[in-house]
Design a protein around this ligand. Structure first.
Ligand code: PRX
Length: 631
C-alpha cells in the first residue's frame, strides 16, 4: 500500500498580472499541440538559425526517431555569431570569481575568444566528431571552450572540477577522449586546489595519450609540469583567427555528459545539436521567460546538465546576459548571492531546491538585507520542493508575488519537461506542474499499467520530444515505447504532477510505502525545521528514521522532536511513526545538490557506506554518525 497523496496543496495561485503582461509565452499552447501533433515542435526549431532548413519535424529513419531531419546548423553560430548584428556590445557573460575578481565578455569578445580557441584546438588536431574533455570550475573559459568545440563539430565532455583523478580517468577512457582542457588550479572555499596535478594523475591512469591544454587561473606555476600547451599562448598564436562554424546535421551529437550517479553508476548520455539546442532554447524562453535584455542567473555548476542547458546554451542562444558565479552559495557570506542579485539587477534566478532549503536554514535576514526588487521570476530544480520552502522562497526572495517555477527534468531529458508555464498555469506549491505543452506523461505501476488518478507510481513519458538523447531516439521506434523514469509521482485531477522522490528512496513504514518527499514535506511543515531527509532503516525492522536540520536559531530538542512526531502522525495517520528523529547540522549532499539518502540509510543501519566521492560535504558524515550513535 502506498501512503502518498495529493490534494492538500495551498494553491492554486494565479500568475500575477504584472508578470503576465510582459511574459514571453502567454497562451496555452496545449491545444495547438493537440491539433498539430509533433509538427507544433517547429516552434522550438524556430528559436534557432538553420544553415539548411529541415525537411520534417519528426520522422523515423534508419532505426531512430530523427528531429528536424535534413536540417543543418551550428550551435556556436547560434549562441554567438547570430547576435553580432544587433547586440555585439551587449554583455554575454558576467563572471564573478571566488576571490573578488570579476570578468565581462560582450558577444563580440565571446566571438573573438571562441574563434581563437577553436583555431587553437584545430591546430592541435581536434576535428568534427572528436571528444574534448573539460575539467575546470565555473570560469569563463569553460563555456568558451564548450562553444569552440561546438564550432568545430567536436563533442565536449565536461567533468566536474571537484571529481578525483580516477573519475576523470574513467571519463577520458569511457569516451575515448584524446584532448583535455583544464586549469592550473582554483580556490575552493579559500583553499587552492592543484587541478593540474589531478589532471596529470588522470592522464597517467588513462589507457591512451591525452593532449592537454592548461588555462591559468591561479597564476602560480608551482608544481606545474610543462607537458602541456598553455591556453593563453595558444590563443596568442591564433590571435584574430576566425573559424567557419562547421555545419552539423540536426541529430549529430553536440556533447556527451554523464548522469550524476546519485543512485546508480553514472551513464553516458549523448545530446544532439538540433533537437537538444532547440529544446533548451524553447524551454528557456517559455518556462524561464529569458529575454535578451535580462541579466539571468542559474546558480549551479556548468558541469551538470543544468549548467549546460540553462547557464550556457539556452541563455546564449537567446542573446541574454548569463551570470556565472564560481563559488558556493555561502562563500564568503551567507548573503553573497543576494549581494550579487542586487548589484547586477538580476531578473531571473534559478537554483536547486536543496539550496533554497539552505537559505531557509540561514535565515530570512540575509535576503532582507538587499534590494531584490529586480527579480521577476524564480525557479527551482533537482529535488521536490515542499510547499513551505516554496512559499518562503516566493515571500523572502521573490517579494511575495514573483512566480516560482518548480521544474522537473533529468540529464536524459536535456531540458525541462514538467513545470508550469509561468504566465499561463496556476501554481500549486508542492506540485511541479503539468507536463509542458507537447508532452504526455502517465503514472504507471511496476508492470507498466497506468494507475488511477491520484494514485502513486512511476512517472512515464509517453511521447518523444526534441531534447531526447540519442539512445532514447533509437529506443523510441518501438511501437509500445514509453520512457519510464525512476521517479515516483502522483498526478492530480488537473494533470499536475507531484514528485515523491526516487524509487530507490521509497520508505516503508509498517505496511505503507511513502515517497521520501511526502514524509519530508510533513516534517518541514513544523515551525523551526529547515531541512529533513527521511530514510528507511532495515535494522530497525523497516522503520523510518528522520534526519532533521533546524533553522539557525532553533534548538533540536525533545520538545521539537515530539512536535515533529505528532505533526507527522496527524498529517499521515498513526502508522507514520519514526523510529528516531535525529538532529544534525547538515545533510549529506552531492556536488549537484541532491541529498544522498542511501548514505543516511547506511549510517542508520551501522553499515559500511562505501564511496563518498560524490559528496560535496564529506566532512559532515562523521558528525552525522556521532549524532546517530548518541541518539
Ligand atoms: O529525481 C528527479 C530529480 O532529479 C533527477 C534528475 O537528476 P539529474 O539527471 O542530475 O538532473 C538534475 C537537473 C535536472 C530526477 O530524476 N528532480 C529534478 N528536478 C526535480 C526532481 N525531483 C522533483 N522535482 C523536481 N523539480
Amino acid at each position: 500500500m502506498a501512503g502518498d497523496h495529493v490534494g492538500d496543496h495551498d494553491g492554486p495561485i494565479q500568475p500575477p498580472a504584472s508578470f503576465v503582461e510582459g511574459a514571453n509565452v502567454t497562451e496555452d499552447l496545449r491545444e495547438q499541440f493537440e491539433r498539430e501533433g509533433p509538427d507544433a515542435w517547429s516552434r522550438a526549431a524556430d528559436t534557432l538559425d538553420w544553415s539548411e532548413p529541415y525537411d520534417e519535424v519528426l520522422r523515423e529513419r534508419d532505426g531512430a526517431l530523427r528531429w528536424f531531419d535534413g536540417g543543418r546548423l551550428n550551435a556556436s553560430y547560434n549562441c554567438v555569431d547570430r547576435h553580432l548584428a544587433d547586440r555585439k556590445n551587449h554583455v554575454a557573460i558576467r563572471w564573478e570569481g571566488t576571490t573578488g575578481e570579476s570578468r565581462t565578455y560582450t558577444y563580440l569578445d565571446l566571438y573573438h575568444e571562441v574563434n581563437e580557441a577553436a583555431a587553437g584546438l584545430r591546430s592541435l588536431g581536434v576535428e568534427a566528431g572528436d571528444v574534448v574533455t573539460l575539467y575546470m570550475p565555473v570560469m569563463p573559459e569553460l563555456p568558451v571552450v564548450m562553444l569552440a568545440c561546438a564550432r568545430l563539430g567536436a563533442l565536449h565532455n565536461v567533468v566536474f572540477a571537484g571529481f578525483s583523478a580516477d573519475e576523470l580517468a574513467e571519463r577520458l577512457d569511457g569516451t575515448g577522449s584524446e584532448y583535455l582542457v583544464t586549469c592550473d588550479g582554483y580556490y575552493r572555499r579559500g583553499t587552492a586546489v592543484n587541478q593540474k596535478n589531478k589532471a596529470d594523475n588522470a592522464r597517467m591512469a588513462a589507457d591512451h595519450d591525452v593532449e592537454t591544454v592548461v588555462v591559468t587561473r591561479l597564476d602560480d606555476d608551482l608544481y606545474l609540469s610543462d607537458d602541456h600547451v598553455d591556453y593563453g599562448e595558444l590563443l596568442d598564436d591564433h590571435a584574430g583567427a576566425t573559424v567557419d562554424p562547421v555545419e552539423r546535421a540536426a541529430d549529430d551529437p553536440l556533447f556527451v555528459i554523464y548522469t550524476s550517479g546519485t543512485t546508480g553508476e553514472p551513464d553516458q548520455v549523448v545530446h544532439t545539436t538540433g533537437g537538444y539546442l532547440s529544446y533548451v532554447t524553447w524551454t528557456g524562453e517559455s518556462v524561464l521567460d529569458i529575454k535578451p535584455s535580462d541579466t539571468y542567473w542559474c546558480a549551479a555548476d556548468v558541469a551538470w546538465i543544468t549548467g549546460h542547458s540553462y547557464m550556457v546554451y539556452a541563455p546564449l542562444a537567446l542573446g541574454t546576459t548569463t551570470l556565472l558565479y564560481e563559488g558556493a552559495p555561502d562563500q564568503s557570506e551567507k548573503d553573497r548571492l543576494w549581494e550579487l542579485v542586487e548589484r547586477h539587477r538580476v531578473d531571473v534566478f534559478y537554483t536547486a531546491s536543496t539550496v533554497v532549503r539552505a537559505f531557509v536554514k540561514w535565515g530570512e535576514e540575509h535576503p532582507a538585507a538587499h534590494d531584490l526588487s529586480s527579480l521577476r521570476l524564480l525557479g527551482t530544480v533537482g529535488e521536490p520542493i515542499d510547499p513551505r520552502t516554496w512559499t518562503w522562497y516566493r515571500e523572502h526572495v521573490g517579494g511575495g508575488d514573483a512566480p516560482v517555477v518548480d521544474t522537473w527534468w533529468q540529464t536524459e531529458t536535456g531540458g525541462i519537461l514538467v513545470s508550469t508555464l509561468p504566465a499561463v498555469d496556476p501554481m500549486k506549491p508542492g506540485a511541479a506542474g503539468p507536463p509542458l505543452p507537447g508532452h504526455e506523461v502517465s503514472v504507471v505501476d511496476y508492470t507498466g499499467d497506468p494507475v488511477e488518478t491520484g494514485e502513486p507510481g512511476h512517472l512515464a513519458v509517453t511521447e518523444p520530444w526534441p531534447g531526447m538523447p540519442r539512445g532514447l531516439a533509437e529506443a523510441a521506434v518501438a511501437d509500445d515505447w514509453t520512457y519510464v523514469t525512476s521517479d515516483r509521482a502522483v498526478v492530480d485531477g488537473d494533470g499536475y504532477v507531484t514528485f515523491l522522490g526516487r524509487e530507490d528512496d521509497t520508505v516503508a513504514v509498517g505496511d505503507t510505502a511513502y515517497g521520501p518527499a511526502t514524509l519530508e514535506s510533513a516534517v518541514i511543515e513544523v515551525g523551526g525545521v529547515a531541512e529533513a531527509a527521511v530514510v528507511e532503516s532495515e535494522t530497525a525492522g523497516e522503520k523510518a528514521v528522520a534526519y532533521v536540520c533546524t533553522e539557525r536559531d532553533r534548538q533540536g530538542d525533545d520538545a521539537l522532536r515530539a512536535r515533529i512526531e505528532n505533526h507527522v502522525a496527524d498529517r499521515l495517520g498513526p502508522t507514520a511513526r519514526f523510529e528516531a528523529v535525529i538532529f544534525t547540522p547538515e545533510l549529506p549532499k552531492t556536488h549537484s545538490g541532491k541529498i544522498m539518502r542511501r548514505l543516511l540509510s547506511a549510517i542508520a543501519d551501522g553499515e559500511e557506506y562505501g564511496d563518498t566521492s560524490a559528496l560535496r560535504n564529506p566532512e559532515t558524515v562523521g558528525e552525522i554518525e556521532t549524532v546517530s550513535r548518541d541518539d
